[in-house]
Ligand binder design. Sequence first.
Ligand code: AMP
Length: 405
Amino acid sequence: MSSTRVLVLNSGSSSVKYQLIDMRDGSRLAAGLVERIGEQTSRLIHTHVADGDTREQNGPIADHEAALKAVAAELGRDGLGLDSPELAAIGHRVVHGGMFFTEPTLVDENVLTEIERLIPVAPLHNPANLTGIRTARALRPDLPQVAVFDTAFHTTMPESAARYAIDPKIADRYRVRRYGFHGTSHAYVSRETARLLGKDPSEVNVIVLHLGNGASASAVEGGRCVDTSMGLTPLEGLVMGTRSGDLDPAVIFHLERVGGMSTDEIDTFLNKRSGLFGLCGDNDMREIRRRVDEGDERARLAFDIYIHRLKKYIGAYYAVLGRVDAVAFTAGVGENSAPVREAAVAGLEGLGLAVDGELNAVRGDEARLISPADARVAVAVVPTDEEMEIATQTYALVNGSGNLT
Ligand code: AMP
């Protein structure tokens, strides 16, 4: 029996998300989520796609090992267990691959050691990713496990974009540089945008705006990333749900010296209590728009700051690319918020950018154009699919080809 299935695992600090995908046609066989791992109120939700059956388990799940065993048991109940000969590999999302990992990588002990060495630059993410890989390896030691890195797509950035303007000796000693994140999404969306335009990725320049709870922009030239808005960590760049994005680094010294805040307090403040949430008390764009429509001033200011930053990045990446064929909106806000898309492009007609009001208002799950037919630059909504991208890259590595196209 040929092995054509890939299990994608995304292990977060207190959650595991998973999908089992059949690479023959890209169909989902099962999907689910374990959340609140380590608490009394853990929950596993599992969907077996073929019969539309969704099962839920509530009660404590102590750690990632227990979580993965519970997932394996649920898959087993559907006849899709980890022992199935049809399972070709497990693909793991790993947030930080540093400069070392530029491609999906077959996991061995050396790879695990290197991911571990990157923990200081990704303290929130890499430990959980590692635990997920180690547990999956223990469950199926003979099965290929592939690490797919969020940073990999951005390793093509030129040094002029990847370096901060600080002494390179210090930067290299402490691995301080701009890595970028959401790479699997930027890779997938830039390719799908080219497909929507009926072109090969090597022929098009795309600005990808991944606007979710975390948000990042990238400039993709002929399929290669040449700049992105996140940096050493996912804090740099756009205004996000709870992260500030760009600010003068001196704000940190100021908060320390004048505000009496500790380094850890500032870290939490800028990552968890800033952005849209810090500005107006809400980080969900639906709620913010509802408040804006009711005339709420704080929500209006938060929205305006969000849009102002977005516009600055569109302009900056226009300049970086020189010629832009498309601007693609993706992720929770980008795919769903017509007001954000409209406002982000408003006034940029001089750059050839415009949104057609009627097309922009249409909702849907498919990649689509929202610019007027005669627009110089295509504006598109392109739903992201990070799991499919991880599965495709994983399958390509273990099978020699993973193209679903
Ligand atoms: P993500 O991180 O990609 O899952 O995106 C999550 C964010 O998408 C949420 O915090 C919301 O702000 C936003 N979102 C989801 N659905 C909508 C919608 N219908 N309209 C506006 N924003 C939405």
